[in-house]
Every structure is written in structure tokens, then in C-alpha cells.
Design a protein around this ligand. Structure first.
Ligand SMILES: Cc1cc2nc3c(=O)[nH]c(=O)nc-3n(C[C@H](O)[C@H](O)[C@H](O)COP(=O)(O)OP(=O)(O)OC[C@H]3O[C@@H](n4cnc5c(N)ncnc54)[C@H](O)[C@@H]3O)c2cc1C
Length: 393
């Protein structure tokens, strides 16, 4: 009998799992709360390492995986620290990413990947299997399998429900009501700036290369990281997945400010993108002119502000027809570059165990044991090193 899997959440983890299951001949239907694929900014870029790449290669059709590889940025092997030295931005330190051997407390070398482009690659070919505007609200176990209910009053039945619904997971709230997500108190106020001739002319791109870079401004940290596509997305998409509209055509700089909550003022979460961008411009007012220029020349509508949360470890629970992956169970601050990588790793693993012909609950139990071990190890490493964003680690 074909396994029917209901996935709540069309984020990185949920979509990767859906691809893997469908390629193996299983039924996977994804239910996403957002009304449409582009109804909100997806963020700028993230650092993908061997964990995320391995899962994408295992789950995606070959042309999708090839497009993902072709449009990565250049090698990212170190964290750079830069600072204003007598009016010039200079390199102060280079800390290599030495997590090749899998040490959980070290960042693994990898590449920058564009979030918007990766999401479009993941959605390509899944048009009939991803339902937008369907917010999961609760589940009910059936004699065999599970029923998921949605905010629009509809429901879907399956053999397994996977909560891939991110840090505020409604699936987790019902499955593990005692699981806690804490607010680290830090915020990510960030955006994207096209790499124009004017930006290149400041020397900032030569200075940072493809490294994740931090600098200090008064009491907040600033992050910079370039996304320079190895192959332009338009030509790579035309070559490998004709019909895919990559959205992203230009190299860009991701920037973010990490202010403590009280620096943003009340109600920051309800501010629109342009107001957030203006707030970022105010915060960089005292900074070096190049850093001010980067924020000034950003695409205002791509600005976003997120609270940085972390999941508290959860004791093992009884495996059932409902499970969780990614941020829904082990959310973490982004400083160790592990959140997306562990979400993708979960998707790849769960897919592999479900495709193996073992009883469903055995597959879920094996998956959950490994997911808890690696996911919470990554949460611990990220929370312990939180200070590095603020250069106080
Ligand atoms: C600023 C920032 C920078 C980061 N940088 C990195 C990095 O460099 N490297 C790295 O590895 N990680 C990074 N991360 C972490 C990474 O983005 C997340 O860990 C990753 O996106 C988690 O994937 P996911 O699929 O679990 O959840 P998400 O990508 O959050 O997807 C969840 C999906 O579920 C949907 N949803 C929510 N509720 C419901 C509901 N009730 N019903 C239906 N759908 C619902 C959401 O709309 C969303 O589409 C960063 C995170 C942030 C905030």
C-alpha cells in the first residue's frame, strides 16, 4: 500500500521531504499557511554545508539538484571580523570554519545559497501537491493513521503527519505541549542590497569575499555576507529547468543588525518592510560610510525583522503517526549556520527511513532518535556561541 504523508509547512524541510517521498512513489501533500508562494520575503541567503547538500541531492530530481549546485555562491570557509580603523574598513580577524570532522560546536565549511531561489527550485514541479492558504490547526489520531484539520474547516487523512511548520509549530504545540521555545532577546533586522558598481567601488566585496563577516556598531553586531552566484540564475534555470522563474537575477549583499529587543522600540514586529528599513538606516547612522551605503541601497521591501528563538531540549516521546522536523522541534539562533542544515538533514533522514520497507512506527522511532540527538546538539552549540554575533563570545 502506498504511504500517504501529510506535511504541514512548505518551508525548506517540508518541501525537501515532499520531493523525496514523491520520487520514491509515495503520496506527499503539503499544506502551507501562507496564501501564496511569494506572499512574504523569504530572507536573503544562508550557509549550506554537507548536511543540507546531502539531503537535497538525495531528495531532489537530478535537474533540480544540478540547478541548486550551479547557483551556489563561492566557497565559504571562514568567519571574518572587520572594523573601522582610522576611517578605513579593515580585516581584524579570520576564524576558519573547522567543522569538517562533524564537531557539533564548529561551523562546517559550505557555500552561500539564495533562499528565494532555493525555495523556487523546491516548489518547481510540486504545483499540484502544495496547497497554499491551508493553515494546519489540529490533528486527531484515527484507528489507523491521522486526520489533520485546517483553519478553513477542511481536513485531510494520512498514515503520517509531519509538522514542518517552523518555530511556532501548531503540530508541536499539540504533540508536545510541554516543549518550550525561549526568546534569546536578540533580533535579526536584515535585508538585501544589490552589488552595484557603487558598492563594489567601496572595496567591501574584495574585503569580505564569500565569507560570513561581522563587525561591531556601538552595542550591536552587524553581519555582512555576499551572494555571488557561480552561474547567473537566469541562464542556469534556462539550461536546467526551463520554465522556472528564478526571481533572483542579481548578486547581492545580505546584511543584518543584531540589536537587543529594547533598541527596536515597541511593536517592531508589526512594522512594514519600509519602516523596518528606515529603522535599520537610523541604527547604522553612526557606522562607517560604506556600511551606511549598504543599508541605504537595500531593496526596502526585502527588509525583515525576526526574534531569534531557541528550542529547549525535550525528553524522548512515544513514536506515533505524528512527527516533527526542523525548526518545529529544534529551532536555534542562526550563528552556527545549522538551522536550515539540520532541517534538511531531518527531511533526508525521515525520507530514507520511510522509504525503507520497515514498519511505519519503527521508521519514525529511528528517525526521531537521530533527529533529537543531532538537532538538540546543534541548538546547544548555537545558543552557547550566541555572543559571537555581538562580538562578545
Ligand atoms: C535570519 C536567519 C538566518 C539564518 N541563517 C541560517 C544559515 O546560515 N544556515 C542555516 O543552516 N540556517 C540558518 N537559519 C535557520 C533556518 O532558516 C531555519 O532553521 C530553517 O528555515 C528551518 O526550516 P523549516 O523547514 O524547519 O522551517 P521554515 O523554513 O520556517 O518553514 C516553515 C513553514 O511552515 C509554514 N507554517 C507555519 N505554521 C503553519 C501552519 N500552522 N500550517 C501550515 N503551514 C505553516 C510557514 O509559513 C513556513 O513556510 C537562519 C534563520 C534566520 C531566522
Amino acid at each position: 500500500m502506498t504511504l500517504r504523508v501529510i506535511i504541514a509547512g512548505a518551508g525548506l524541510g517540508g518541501l525537501t521531504l515532499a520531493h523525496g517521498l514523491r520520487r520514491a512513489g509515495m503520496e506527499a501533500a503539503v499544506y502551507e499557511r501562507d496564501p501564496a508562494p511569494d506572499s512574504r520575503a523569504q530572507g536573503a541567503r544562508f550557509h549550506i554545508d554537507d548536511r543540507g547538500k546531502h539531503a537535497l541531492h538525495a531528495c531532489l530530481p537530478p535537474a533540480h539538484a544540478e540547478l541548486f549546485e550551479a547557483t551556489l555562491g563561492h566557497d565559504s570557509r571562514a568567519l571574518k571580523v572587520i572594523g573601522d580603523v582610522n576611517g578605513r574598513l579593515e580585516l581584524l580577524a579570520t576564524n576558519s570554519f573547522d567543522g569538517e570532522d562533524g564537531r557539533p560546536d564548529a561551523v562546517r565549511p559550505g557555500h552561500p545559497v539564495s533562499r528565494q531561489l532555493l525555495r523556487r527550485i523546491l516548489l518547481n514541479g510540486m504545483e499540484d501537491h502544495v496547497r497554499f492558504g491551508r493553515e494546519f490547526v489540529r490533528f486527531e489520531y484515527l484507528g489507523q493513521g491521522v486526520r489533520a484539520y485546517f483553519a478553513d474547516g477542511g481536513h485531510a487523512d494520512g498514515d503520517l503527519l509531519v509538522g514542518a511548520d517552523g518555530i511556532g509549530s501548531a503540530v508541536r504545540r499539540q504533540l508536545l505541549p510541554h516543549a518550550e521555545v525561549i526568546d534569546t532577546g536578540a533580533r535579526w533586522l536584515g535585508g538585501k542590497t544589490p552589488i552595484t558598481v557603487e558598492i563594489t567601488g567601496t572595496g567591501i566585496i574584495d574585503l569580505i569575499g564569500s565569507s560570513f563577516t561581522i563587525t561591531e556598531l556601538d552595542d550591536l553586531g552587524m553581519i555582512l555576507a555576499a551572494m555571488q552566484f557561480k552561474e547567473p540564475p537566469l541562464s542556469a534555470a534556462a539550461r536546467l529547468l526551463p520554465g522556472l522563474e528564478p526571481g533572483e537575477a542579481t548578486d547581492f549583499l545580505m546584511w543584518a543588525l543584531i540589536p537587543p529587543n529594547d533598541r527596536l522600540g515597541a511593536g517592531f514586529q508589526t512594522l512594514g518592510t519600509t519602516r523596518l528599513w528606515e529603522r535599520a538606516r537610523e541604527l547604522v547612522e553612526p557606522a562607517h560610510p560604506t556600511l551606511r551605503l549598504v543599508v541605504e541601497q537595500a531593496w526596502p521591501e526585502q527588509t525583515l525583522c525576526l526574534p531569534l528563538g531557541a528550542s529547549m531540549p525535550v525528553e524522548p516521546w512515544q513514536p506515533s503517526a505524528v512527527t516533527l522536523l526542523g525548526d518545529a522541534i529544534h529551532a536555534m539562533p542562526p550563528n552556527r549556520g545549522s538551522g536550515a542544515n539540520t532541517a534538511l538533514q531531518d527531511a533526508g533522514r525521515l525520507c530514507r527511513y520511510l522509504v525503507d520497507e520497515r514498519p511505519l512506527l519503527d521508521a519514525v522511532a529511528t528517525y526521531e532518535e537521530e533527529m533529537r540527538r543531532d538537532g538538540f546538539e546543534a541548538v546547544n552549540a548555537s545558543v552557547s556561541a550566541m555572543g559571537e554575533f555581538l562580538l562578545r563570545g
